[in-house]
Design a protein around this ligand. Structure first.
Ligand code: FAD
Length: 511
């Protein structure tokens, strides 16, 4: 088997996936590798990925991107979590915050303390809702924002954040970054893809005008079309519609009204849910729905009726099939982005999955031997991540008692993946939340959604006997109070964005 280094890489597609991949690989250009990205302006991009999650900070930092420049270029705002409205029941509202919720005591997880106090059913010891134990939630609900501190004793160390941004501007920002480092951009529409006869490896793509781009390694970032992995290499798509029936979205921007909120809002509707994402210059809005439960016209009307400001463009409909390719890497081609799969945008995980695809590719970057065991490892690694995220998203639909539409009755009645059914059984018994190795969503994320949607365990961990209820009650009251005072003293999100926030920020400690 050859161990010669790969000399030429071709990326097909210039959406967020293509340019994130190009930016991350661009340092290889200095080492002599040729990196070409082909994109078609005529086809365009999906470009609605506007809400992100905290790991994106690591991606940008690894590229050495200056945050202030990035925020300015992408018209970004800061995001502390997602507010879910009307999910568990009509009228319910909770925040899935970034960062931590509460603090463990004597090795007993925070949520077990909280649960035990609740199960005591003593009004004087009632721990209340979860939100006040999270600094991200407490700040978000007050419209305030600050960055976390490194000091683990400080309340602000429990805060974590991400961004809302204009996905088109992010791709443009990364395009500049990548081109400055030697990535070659080719504009044109691909008409055919060539393969080698003996082993089916890809060799090149030919554009409509006859130009040909050759390479040794291909990265398919062509979006839902999956030109290379799907069409040329025939890797099948595994649909998850039986678990996640939403398969359409209608999106429309509106004028900005008032200061931007530091969180995304996801409001459940009768055949899906609606998003509201505040950027610096506008608000992104969309309605994700099941086409089996609502027509495009009904979905469009629900979106327009729910807007809080005038629309600035015509609503745009998008179709998708929730699911993933059976393999994301086949022969000499890896699919990153929508070509590899799409779950649905509820927890803003798509750009994160692009990031994971890139990081794992960097960890297993091939030589010209294309070792089969490395390809298998890549596929197994990503499938695990996709399925963990899938389970978490299904949970939001399953954990609802809404019965006001066929959609809600159908999603709740749908059978669960075994992995999720097992996780729920552990939770319902004694509130067991086992961490998922390398999983994106922490036990605090699962906690926020389970409790937020009224799924509560029958009992608490027996280890809570270590914690006398009155003492625990005092500790929880102290925690709520110190978090509230910290949140109250933070700058308003808008002041933080425009640089007028006062410094230094308060450093309150828990102890
Ligand atoms: P695309 O943006 O579709 O780009 C495909 C590229 O391939 C384009 O450049 C196109 O020109 C090129 N191409 C295709 N065919 C050819 C051809 N024949 N020749 C040449 N070039 C070609 N993600 C989040 O993280 N957060 C969110 O809030 C979020 N919201 C979403 C809401 C909806 C309704 C949808 C559908 C997606 C959302 N996503 C979100 C996902 C996010 O938009 C995508 O993950 C992200 O934009 C990456 O898309 P992509 O680059 O894979 O594909």
């Amino acid at each position: 088997m050859s161990h010669a280094p790969i000399r030429s890489v071709v990326i097909v597609g210039g959406g967020s996936a293509g340019w994130m991949t190009a930016a991350a690989l661009s340092r290889l250009c200095a080492a002599g590798m040729s990196l070409t990205l082909v994109e078609s302006e005529e086809i365009g991009t999906v470009g609605v990925g506007e809400a992100t999650i905290p790991p994106l900070l690591d991606f940008n930092a690894a590229l050495g991107i200056d945050e202030a420049a990035f925020v300015a270029a992408t018209r970004a705002t800061f995001k502390l979590g997602i507010e879910f409205v009307d999910w568990g029941r009509l009228g319910d509202r909770y925040l899935h915050p970034f960062g931590t919720i509460g603090r463990a005591q004597m090795g007993v997880p925070f949520h077990q303390m909280w649960l035990r106090q609740r199960l005591l059913r003593r009004p004087d010891l009632d721990p209340g809702a979860l939100g006040p134990y999270s600094i991200a939630a407490a700040a978000a609900m007050r419209g305030r924002f600050a960055k976390p501190t490194a000091n683990r004793d400080a309340v602000l160390s429990g805060l974590s954040y991400a961004y809302h941004f204009d996905a088109g501007l992010y791709a443009r920002f990364l395009r500049n970054f990548a081109e400055q480092r030697g990535v070659r951009r080719v504009e044109g529409r691909i008409a055919s893809i060539e393969k080698r006869g003996e082993d089916g490896f890809l060799t090149g793509v030919t554009l409509r005008d006859g130009r040909r781009v050759e390479g040794e390694f291909f990265i398919d970032c062509s979006g839902f079309r999956a030109l290379l992995l799907g069409e040329a290499l025939g890797v099948p798509y595994r649909s998850w519609r039986h678990w996640l029936p939403c398969d359409s979205a209608v999106a429309v921007p509106t004028e900005r009204i008032g200061p931007p909120l530091p969180y995304t809002r996801a409001t459940a509707d009768s055949a899906g849910w609606r998003w509201r994402i505040p950027l610096q210059h506008r608000t992104g809005n969309g309605h994700v729905y099941s086409s089996s439960h609502a027509s495009d016209e009904v979905a469009r009307t629900a979106l327009i009726d729910g807007l809080d400001a005038p629309a600035t463009a015509e609503p745009r409909v998008l179709r998708f099939v929730p699911g993933r390719r059976e393999r994301m890497w086949e022969r000499n081609c890896v699919a990153i982005g929508l070509s590899g799969g799409f779950i649905e945008p509820l927890e803003s995980t798509s750009i994160h999955l692009i990031q994971q695809g890139i990081l794992r590719l960097l960890a297993l970057f091939p030589d010209s031997g294309f070792a089969g065991e490395e390809i298998d490892a890549y596929n197994a690694w990503l499938v695990e991540e996709y399925e963990h995220i899938r389970d978490f998203i299904i949970l939001h639909y399953h954990a609802s008692t809404r019965d006001d539409s066929d959609f809600w009755c159908d999603v709740r009645a749908a059978p669960l993946p075994d992995s999720l059914a097992e996780r729920l059984a552990l939770w319902r018994g004694k509130g067991r939340l086992l961490p998922i190795a390398n999983g994106l969503f922490t036990t605090d994320s699962w906690l926020a959604v389970l409790v937020g949607q009224n799924i509560l365990p029958a009992a608490a961990d027996p280890m809570t006997v270590l914690l006398p209820p009155d003492e625990t009650g005092r500790f929880l009251a102290h925690l709520r109070s110190v978090i509230a005072r910290t949140a109250e003293a933070l700058p308003f999100h808008e002041a933080f964005l425009d640089g007028t926030a006062a410094h230094p920020l308060p450093e309150r400690r828990v102890g």
